[in-house]
Design a protein around this ligand. Structure first.
Ligand SMILES: Cc1cc2nc3c(=O)[nH]c(=O)nc-3n(C[C@H](O)[C@H](O)[C@H](O)COP(=O)(O)OP(=O)(O)OC[C@H]3O[C@@H](n4cnc5c(N)ncnc54)[C@H](O)[C@@H]3O)c2cc1C
Length: 414
């Protein structure tokens, strides 16, 4: 399929779907559709193939076991596998308490619970896979969605420069502020957490032993996630005013503030940057579908990074949507039909609501210094620590292997 050019608009009649947004979710859904034999046009307001764009995302992502299986099945894991750092243990603690909750991967098998991957590297790998599907995936020149219209058989997306992209289905992967979601008339709720996450890379003198640490403190959770060598990725949530002040500290003062919160189990902590802040809010769409429109990833639900599950949840959308669309196309059905999209929504509702509620609840439970609440949460941590079935379920949940999974998440072709 030829690339769509802004100077010479080309007919888009042949594409099965228009994907708006080429972040991690949009790139993955494009690849999954191509693997299923479907074609798509991807449009983003910035050129996703420009390394300055995708390398600008300095974050890392905790990829769960089922997400890794899916990325492997799509051919996108192999290029990041060597630099991805396995998570073998997770230690969860409450500031001020010496007890912690210890998840050991060996409790449920041999596989690591997950891996920490650099977002820029993962996007580069997805783009390399997409490049091999030039016949099925086309990138439109950068543009922003401005209007959406739907007929009995097609959805047409008008971009701000007047270009029109049309297909039986529009997939919104345009993030938490999704314009397509608004254009499709899907309402959403936004809850400002009043917290901001500080992201940095930390070098330390002691080995992390492939352990991910999560320390709950009154201002918000602080996570140190293992990277190659003696380095960890820091995701430190604090009340926004405090976070902005901490983020501006020089390296020595930043280290001191971090060591005061985290302690010395990893030795001396040195920030090796870059350092960025991300204001945190919960965004939940009231529906993940509308006429000839499906939402995936943060466009459907943007959650607190407390459990490192936002993109994993988005990948589960992508896996379910790709499976529903692939099966429908094989039966010769219209992939944008309401029955097909309702099937997608039905498959996703429980998982999304469970994770929205649990991440939101955990953050509220742990981000405070109220005595009775502290006692309840410490009791909760010690119960999970001491009741093996609960612990195994929590580990499997973190690994993304609970419940009935779509083919891609089991590592099978779509
Ligand atoms: C600090 C932090 C740490 C995190 N850590 C983890 C983790 O460890 N594990 C995990 O699973 N998740 C994690 N997450 C969540 C994860 O980063 C997100 O869920 C994921 O990046 C969402 O990807 P997306 O593609 O859905 O949306 P986005 O990354 O927001 O991409 C949206 C794309 O749409 C484009 N776009 C937007 N509007 C328009 C428009 N009008 N027209 C055209 N294009 C448009 C944008 O340019 C962008 O490319 C973390 C999040 C934060 C904030």
């Amino acid at each position: 399929m030829a690339a769509v050019s802004s100077s010479k608009p080309r007919p888009t009649a042949g594409a099965d779907a228009v994907i708006v947004g080429a972040g991690l979710s949009g790139l993955t859904v494009a690849l999954a559709l191509a693997e299923a034999g479907l074609s798509c046009i991807v449009v983003d307001r910035m050129d996703p193939r420009d390394a300055r764009v995708y390398r600008n995302d300095i974050r890392t992502t905790a990829i769960s076991l089922s997400s890794r299986r899916m990325l492997t099945a799509l051919g996108a894991w192999q290029a990041v596998a060597d630099e991805a750092e396995p998570i073998l243990d997770i230690r969860v603690s409450d500031a001020g308490s010496r007890r912690d909750l210890h998840y050991d991967h060996a409790t449920v098998g041999d596989e690591p619970m997950g891996h920490i991957v650099d977002n820029g590297a993962l996007k580069a790998s997805l783009l390399a896979c997409i490049a091999r599907h030039g016949d099925r995936i086309a990138f439109a020149d950068p543009g922003s969605a401005s209007a959406l219209s739907v007929t009995a058989s097609r959805a047409s997306l008008t971009l701000e420069d007047g270009r029109v992209l049309s297909a039986p289905l529009v997939i919104a992967a345009d993030g938490r502020l999704s314009r397509v979601r608004a254009l499709a008339g899907i309402r959403h709720t936004t809850t400002d957490y009043g917290q901001t996450a500080i992201v940095d890379t930390i070098s330390h003198t002691e080995s992390h032993l492939n352990t991910a640490h999560e320390r709950f403190q009154p201002g918000g959770p602080l996570a140190l996630l293992p990277l190659s060598g003696n380095r960890s990725a820091l995701v430190w949530s604090e009340r926004s005013a405090v976070a902005e002040r901490i983020a501006r500290l020089d390296d020595a003062a930043f280290s001191a503030a971090l060591e005061e919160r985290f302690g010395d189990s990893l030795g001396t902590l040195t920030p090796v940057g870059p350092r960025r802040t991300y204001p945190l809010s919960l965004v939940v769409a009231e529906s993940s579908i509308a006429d000839r429109v499906a939402l995936v990833g943060d466009a459907a639900h943007a959650i607190h990074p407390i459990a490192g599950q936002g993109f994993n949840l988005g990948l589960r959308d992508v896996a379910a949507l790709a499976e529903v669309l692939a099966d429908s196309a094989r039966l010769g059905l219209d992939i944008g039909a309401a029955t097909v999209l309702r099937d997608y929504q039905r498959r996703r509702r429980f998982d999304v609501m469970t994770l929205v509620a649990s991440t939101d609840g955990l953050n509220r439970l742990f981000s405070n210094d109220i005595g009775p609440i502290k006692a309840v949460r410490r009791l909760g941590l010690s119960v999970v620590e001491r009741v093996p079935p609960l612990k195994r379920a929590a580990i499997r949940h973190a690994m993304g292997t609970l419940g009935t999974l779509p083919r891609l998440l089991r590592g099978e072709p779509v």
